[in-house]
Design a protein around this ligand. Sequence first.
Ligand SMILES: [Zn+2]
Length: 136
Amino acid sequence: MTKPTEETRRGVYLRDGYRCVMCGALELTFQHRRAVGQGGSKNIPTAVDGLSLCMICNAACEAELQTKALANGWKVRRWVTCPERVPVYFPHEFAWYRLEGLRRIRISAAVAMEMGCSVYGDEWMQWRLRAIAGVA
Ligand SMILES: [Zn+2]
């Protein structure tokens, strides 16, 4: 996995309020929203590819919480070419955002649903329903 530049990493932490997007913890790692296959990607991740997560939440996104991570925009399918089109949910703020470079812009849940569905179609709704029901 190619590492972000130090500038991108710092920018992402600042954008996310120096807190783990999932749980609000202060010890941060750079989470790659877009999974890359075996051998990794040669592309250096941009700010929109990254998210501030603590080590525990980062690991959970790659393991038992994969559907929840997709439903909340913490992870993005590999084939999504524009990760800015997938909104991100910040549970400790009870708020949805869309990411634009090093900025995050607050959006309503309705707009988030529209964005998610325009990228993933019905699959997004299935993930949302499972996330709301608390099924990982
Ligand atoms: Zn966390």
